[in-house]
Design a protein around this ligand. Structure first.
Ligand SMILES: Cc1cc2nc3c(=O)[nH]c(=O)nc-3n(C[C@H](O)[C@H](O)[C@H](O)COP(=O)(O)OP(=O)(O)OC[C@H]3O[C@@H](n4cnc5c(N)ncnc54)[C@H](O)[C@@H]3O)c2cc1C
Length: 414
C-alpha cells in the first residue's frame, strides 16, 4: 500500500503498520472517521502517529476530525488511510494530515504524478512559474502589455509583513466590478470567509484596503472580487492590473464570517449584497461548510442583473469542482435578486424575509434559532436591517470568541 507525501509515493514504514495493528499501543492510534476528537483531549501529548480511516470518497468526516485534533493541540504525525483521491490531497494537507495511505489499486488508477501535480500537492503558482520556467514567459508578456500598474511603481520598498504576489488572471464583469487571482504564498493561511489587506506597489507608501478572500482556504491561488470606485485611492489603480503585475498582500488574515463563529445547526443562510458575496464565494467552495450544515442558502442582491454575474459564475464553478461539486449540487441553493432592474426575482432581501417570499420560494420554514444560522455581508443599511430581522427571529450574534447564531461584516466602510 503506497504512502503519499508531497515528495511522492513511498512504502508505508513497517514499524507503523505493526504498531497500528497493536490495539494496546497507545502511541499509535487507528481511528474511525466518526471518532469525537474531544474524547482524546489530554491523551495526545505522547501519541506518535494517528491514522484516520476514510471509508468512502464522499465522506469528509475524517478531514474534520483531523482539523479538530490539530486544533486541540495534537502535534504528532497524522495519516489519512483509504478512500482519498488526489484532488483531495491539498485539502488533506490543509486539514493537518502529513500523508495519505492509498490502496495499490488506487495507486494504479491515480499514479504519483496525479498526487504531486501542482494543484494536488499545494505547490504554489509562484513555484510553478519558477519550476517550469514560466515566470520569464509571464514577464515577457508583461513587458509587452501597454498600460498596467507594473509600469507605475513609485519607489515601493519591500516590507516584512507584506507578500508580493503575481496576478494570474483578471476578469471584468461590468464597468464597476471585476475579479482577479494572484499567486498564493505557501505560508499564507486563512479560514474560508476571512479577509486580508490588499495594496499595490505603485507608491513609496501604498494604500492598503481590506479584501475578502473569495477563493476557499484549500485553493492554491487567491481570488478576490472587487468594486471599481471612480477615483478610489486603491481601486482606481487596481482595476488596471493585468496578469504578471504585482499585488501586495498583508500576511495576516482575519474576520468573523467563519464557520467556527457559529453554533452547529441544520441550515446556513449567507445573505449578501454587491461585493459582499466575496467571502461567501470562498465558503460555498469549502467542503467544511457542507459537513457542518445540511443546507447552504446563498442570497445575492444587486441593483442590475449584470451585477449578479460573478455569483452565477462561482456557483457554476462550485458545481463543476471535483472536490466539492457533488456536495454543492446536493446541499446549496442560490437565490439571486435585483432591486432596480426587473428580473426573475426582484426585491431587497430584508423585504423578502419580512413578507416570507424568500421562504415560500425555497419551500422552507421562516427563520428560527433552532435550525438556522446566518452570515451577513453587504452595505451598512443592508447589514443593519438583516441583523434586525435575524434578531426578531430569535437568533443571537456570535463572534470568534463566542460562537452564536449569526455573524456579520460590512462589505466596505462608508
Ligand atoms: C472587512 C472588509 C472586507 C472588504 N472586502 C472587499 C471585497 O472583497 N471586495 C471589495 O471590492 N471591497 C471590499 N472591501 C472594501 C475595500 O476595502 C475598499 O473600500 C474598496 O476596495 C475601495 O477602495 P478604494 O481605496 O478605491 O476606495 P475607498 O476610499 O476605500 O472607498 C471609497 C468609497 O467607495 C465606496 N465603496 C468602497 N468599497 C465598496 C464596495 N466594495 N462596494 C460598494 N461601495 C464601496 C464607499 O462609499 C467608500 O466610502 C472590504 C472592506 C472591509 C471593511
Amino acid at each position: 500500500m503506497p504512502l503519499v507525501t508531497t515528495a511522492g509515493f513511498s512504502p508505508v514504514p513497517f514499524n507503523d503498520e505493526a504498531a497500528l495493528a497493536d490495539a494496546t499501543n497507545e502511541m499509535f492510534l487507528d481511528l474511525a472517521a466518526d471518532t469525537e476528537a474531544e474524547t482524546l483531549r489530554g491523551r495526545l501529548s505522547d501519541v506518535e502517529l494517528i491514522q484516520i480511516q476514510f471509508g468512502s470518497f464522499q465522506d469528509g468526516r475524517g478531514f474534520s476530525l483531523a482539523r479538530r485534533l490539530r486544533n486541540i493541540g495534537y502535534q504528532g504525525r497524522l495519516r489519512a488511510r483509504g478512500h482519498v483521491i488526489s484532488d483531495q490531497f491539498r485539502y488533506a494537507l490543509d486539514c493537518g494530515f502529513d500523508d495519505v495511505e492509498i490502496s495499490a489499486e488506487q495507486a494504479t488508477r491515480q499514479p504519483e504524478a496525479d498526487w504531486i501535480s501542482d494543484r494536488a500537492s499545494g505547490v504554489s503558482y509562484r513555484d510553478r512559474l519558477r519550476g517550469r520556467g514560466l515566470r520569464s514567459e509571464v514577464n515577457d508578456k508583461a513587458d509587452t502589455l501597454p498600460v498596467s500598474v507594473a509600469e507605475e511603481t513609485g519607489g515601493y520598498v519591500s516590507q516584512p509583513n507584506v507578500f508580493e504576489e503575481q496576478v494570474t488572471d483578471v476578469k471584468h464583469y461590468t464597468d464597476g466590478l471585476f475579479s482577479f487571482r494572484i499567486t498564493r504564498p505557501a505560508s499564507f493561511r486563512f479560514r474560508s470567509g476571512e479577509f486580508a489587506m490588499i495594496g499595490l506597489p505603485n507608491a513609496e507608501k501604498p494604500v492598503f484596503r481590506p479584501y475578502s478572500m473569495a477563493s476557499p482556504s484549500w485553493h492554491d491561488e487567491l481570488e478576490f472580487y472587487s468594486i471599481k470606485v471612480p477615483g478610489g485611492p486603491l481601486t482606481e489603480h487596481l482595476q488596471r492590473i493585468v496578469p504578471g503585475d504585482t499585488v501586495l498582500l498583508g500576511k495576516k488574515a482575519t474576520g468573523t464570517l467563519v464557520v467556527d463563529a457559529l453554533m452547529p445547526a441544520k441550515r446556513l443562510y449567507l445573505f449578501s449584497t454587491g461585493t459582499g458575496i466575496a467571502p461567501f464565494a470562498s465558503l460555498i467552495r469549502d467542503p467544511d461548510v457542507y459537513e457542518t450544515f445540511e443546507q447552504v442558502i446563498l442570497t445575492h442582491s444587486c441593483r442590475q442583473q449584470s451585477e449578479l454575474a460573478y455569483g452565477h459564475d462561482i456557483v457554476e464553478q462550485a458545481m463543476a469542482d471535483p472536490l466539492i461539486g457533488d456536495l454543492a449540487k446536493r446541499q446549496r441553493v442560490h437565490f439571486a435578486t435585483t432591486t432596480r432592474e426587473e428580473s426573475a426575482r426582484n426585491g431587497r432581501i430584508t423585504d423578502l424575509i419580512e413578507t416570507g417570499d424568500l421562504f415560500r420560494a425555497l419551500d422552507l420554514l421562516p427563520l428560527n434559532a433552532v435550525s438556522d444560522r446566518a452570515m451577513i455581508c453587504g452595505s451598512l443599511p443592508m447589514v443593519r436591517d438583516t441583523k434586525a430581522k435575524l434578531e426578531a427571529a430569535g437568533l443571537k450574534e456570535g463572534s470568534n470568541n463566542r460562537p452564536g447564531d449569526f455573524v456579520l461584516e460590512r462589505a466596505f466602510v462608508d
